[in-house]
Design a protein around this ligand. Structure first.
Ligand code: SF4
Length: 309
């Protein structure tokens, strides 16, 4: 890349379960991954939803199933006019179960959604705006205390429904980072999230004040403009550049186009891009040859080890 990264000053103590390669210079490692992926594929238009409530419902329903099944369940809810807080409050449990059946584990998921609505009513008088106005740490703790909400679901809700500054870690994140020697199998969810957020803090305390990184982002944006990629494309079909051989998985949605801070947008994109890497390349058997992260593989020996898995 045609830019020089700044010399970062890192004040965090080394984390023993994070690879030594990351200690002291997380920005150098993670932020270029984001830049490479974003340049290669462009915006991913997450989350495919019309409202924060739809994101929340989708975050629950996507547990242990694929997105196609979630789409069918969401379509049922919309058709039945059951995708509002009032409707979810009033709908009988058995009816809700029936509507979300395509997403699997529908009995448990219906109960979990009802639990969320009860929590929202009790704590915030049924207002998502009041809920999302809470500090991130407080709200994460409250969400994690709910039945059926683990760290990935809580952070998906915080980021994609509430535009809080959090990075969502999933199984693909673990797989990619582990294969690249950035974490170990023992690294905990919160450690990975904090590691990525720390990297963006460093690269980007950045976002607004560090001219080098801003310049890098401009370069990325320029390349994307040249490639004909547009956030406002609603079809996802304008992407004809060979740099971007596959269109975005999702067309632009009301939620993907919602104004948010640059940092929230970057966390939004990075998670979506890593999911794409995992879907297309970093599968159980890694397909590194065409992967946009191939240049970040630290050593041939590591690549050989990945392919031997
Ligand atoms: S497919 Fe290979 S290059 Fe791509 S993320 Fe996985 S290990 Fe890295």
């Amino acid at each position: 890349m045609g830019f020089k990264l700044p010399d970062y000053q890192v004040t965090q103590l080394p984390n023993p379960s994070v690879s030594p390669r990351l200690r002291g210079e997380p920005g150098r490692e993670i932020f270029p991954y984001y830049q490479a992926l974003r340049t290669h594929w462009g915006p991913q238009n997450w989350w495919p939803a019309d409202s924060p409530l739809e994101v929340i419902v989708g975050a629950y329903l996507t547990q242990n199933t694929n997105w196609n099944n979630v789409e069918k369940a969401i379509a049922n809810l919309k058709q039945a006019k059951a995708l509002s807080i009032k409707a979810l409050r009033e709908i009988p449990l058995s009816r809700l179960q029936k509507l979300i059946r395509p997403s699997g584990y529908f009995r448990q998921k219906a109960k979990k959604l009802k639990t969320f609505i009860r929590y929202l009513d009790k704590q915030y008088a049924g207002s998502l705006n009041r809920m999302f106005a809470q500090p991130t740490g407080k709200l994460r703790a409250e969400l994690l205390a709910l039945n059926g909400v683990g760290p990935e679901t809580a952070d998906s809700i915080l980021l994609y429904a509430g535009n809080h500054h959090v990075f969502v870690v999933d199984a693909y994140t673990r797989r990619v980072f582990e294969r690249h020697g950035l974490i170990t199998a023992k690294t905990k969810y919160a450690e990975i999230r904090e590691m990525v957020e720390g990297a963006f803090d460093v690269a980007g305390s950045s976002l607004g004040t560090t001219p080098v990184v801003q310049e890098a982002l401009k370069t990325t944006a320029k390349k994307e403009d040249t490639a004909g990629i547009s956030e406002s494309s609603s079809s996802g079909q304008s992407d004809r550049s060979p740099r971007h051989p596959v269109s975005p998985r999702h067309p632009v949605s009301k939620m993907s186009a919602t104004p948010r801070t640059e940092l929230a947008q970057q966390y939004n994109e990075l998670h979506a891009l890593i999911v794409r890497v995992g879907n297309q390349h970093c599968r159980k058997t890694a397909k590194c040859e065409e992967c946009p992260l191939r240049t970040f593989l630290p050593a041939e020996s590591l690549e050989a080890k990945i392919h031997a898995q």
